[in-house]
Design a protein around this ligand. Structure first.
Ligand SMILES: Nc1nc2c(ncn2[C@@H]2O[C@H](COP(=O)(O)OP(=O)(O)O)[C@@H](O)[C@H]2O)c(=O)[nH]1
Ligand SMILES: [Mg+2]
Length: 393
């Protein structure tokens, strides 16, 4: 992103708006086409398919695209589950290495290890020799792996009856046991994340994301963040920041459209660019109709209750040019929420755009900024409603 901004600024020195817009477009397209392939492996019954579904916000009762859970593995099939809103992000449900009877090296070749960005090795008990051999082979192939200990809700429930029960105590003990076991089997400083796929917002799922983020390059990091389920308010804020960073890019694209030859007559292309940005927000926050329906069915909170906490006209709606125009008109008379002109004008030198483009840029910038904020608030309220936190907080 830094390189892109520097490049655009350089081009703008020659006032070549079209070339600058082309460069931005190329970057944004590359970003949304960056593949991220996540391999999920572990023994049969460990919770792989459930993890794949939970990550994608799908339950297997109501969606034919769900990975079937609780099914005994009999084949060595590798199944791809593309993320429904971000098809460039794919989770791969791999057979347990034990079910294939192959040694680790052959197993990795069989599943086509080259295409994976990293491996998640899941176990619902302590990790075993098979998991460790696989991890060591993954390392030899210069790929990354992370251990996930699943079904933590079961462990907590089992311990709850004990008199000195403390949730933190249970979690610490499980993690220490896993790390100790893996170290003894020969893994140096293993990373173990405790997860309950039924309640991703509990335990370590956010830590897993933070760790993955650190290990991925910029483009893959953005792909992961876009596809991440909204497990907590932190993820929602991270998504907002990422989208906000891109607002000057989208505003420049629109402004560039307006700068060529008849300013003001390019509203069709402007709207198309705007739609791309707005769709990112809506899909990224899971505020599109199919995502809200999935959230409703996975949490049991009625769809209408989720919609009831939504304020943005862009959420739970189809993003069409007509809708965008309607919202633009409705908001143009509302000055209360607009960003200050000062904030926008400090951005113009960053991109290095001619001042003549600044007016269109300013309008688009404000529009995206205001609506991103509204959609972020909606995402927060929907999250709170879905996990049962009082929405007035
Ligand atoms: N309590 C609980 N059960 C889980 C969890 N994850 C998976 N399961 C259950 O464990 C069983 C096996 O899960 P599945 O995802 O099919 O495992 P796979 O064979 O590794 O794909 C299913 O009955 C799941 O419902 C979890 O986090 N908590
Ligand atoms: Mg399975």
């Amino acid at each position: 992103m830094e390189d892109l901004i520097a490049g655009v600024k350089e081009i703008m020195k020659n006032n070549d708006v079209t070339a600058a817009a082309a460069k931005i477009k190329e970057y944004l397209e590359k970003e949304r086409n960056t593949p991220l392939n996540i391999a999920i492996t572990g023994e049969s019954g460990a919770g792989k398919s459930s993890f794949v579904n939970a990550f994608r916000g799908i339950t297997d009762e109501d969606d034919e695209r769900a990975a079937p859970t609780g099914v005994t593995e009999t084949t060595s099939e590798v199944t791809a589950y593309p993320h429904q809103n971000y098809p460039n992000v794919t989770l791969w449900d791999l057979p347990g290495i034990g079910t294939t009877k192959f040694p680790a090296k052959e197993y990795l070749e069989l599943v086509g290890f080259e295409k994976f960005d990293f491996f998640i090795i899941i176990s619902d008990t302590r990790f075993r020799e098979n998991d460790v051999k696989l991890a060591q082979e993954i390392q030899r192939m210069e790929k990354k792996f992370y251990f996930v200990r699943s079904k933590i809700d079961n462990d907590i429930n089992a311990e709850r009856r004990k008199r000195d029960f403390s949730k933190e105590g249970v979690l610490t003990k499980i993690k220490e046991n896993c790390i100790h076991g893996l170290t003894q089997l020969g893994i140096k400083s293993p990373q173990v994340f405790l997860v309950s796929t039924f309640e991703l917002h509990l335990c370590d799922f956010y830590l897993l994301h933070e760790t993955l983020e650190r290990d991925l390059d910029e483009l893959k990091k953005y792909a992961l963040l876009s596809a991440m389920p909204n497990i907590d308010l932190e993820i929602i804020s991270k998504k907002k920041e990422a989208f906000k960073h891109r607002i000057p890019l989208f505003a420049t694209l629109c402004a560039a459209g307006a700068a060529v030859p008849f300013p003001g007559l390019s509203s069709d292309t402007d709207l198309a660019v705007l739609a791309v940005a707005v769709k990112d927000y809506v899909l990224g926050f899971g505020l599109d109709i199919p995502s809200l329906k999935r959230l409703s069915s996975s949490t049991g909170v009625p769809y209408n209750d989720l919609c009831a906490v939504i304020n943005s006209p862009l959420a739970a709606a189809e993003i069409t040019s007509e809708l965008l125009l309607k919202v633009i008109i409705a908001q143009s008379s509302d000055t209360t929420e607009l960003t200050t002109a000062e904030e926008v004008f400090t951005l113009i030198p960053i991109i290095g755009m001619p001042v003549a483009m600044g007016i269109s840029f300013t309008r688009i910038y404000k529009f995206l900024n205001v609506n991103l904020s509204q959609l972020t608030e909606d995402a927060r309220r929907v999250f709170r409603r879905a996990v049962g936190i009082n929405t007035s907080v």
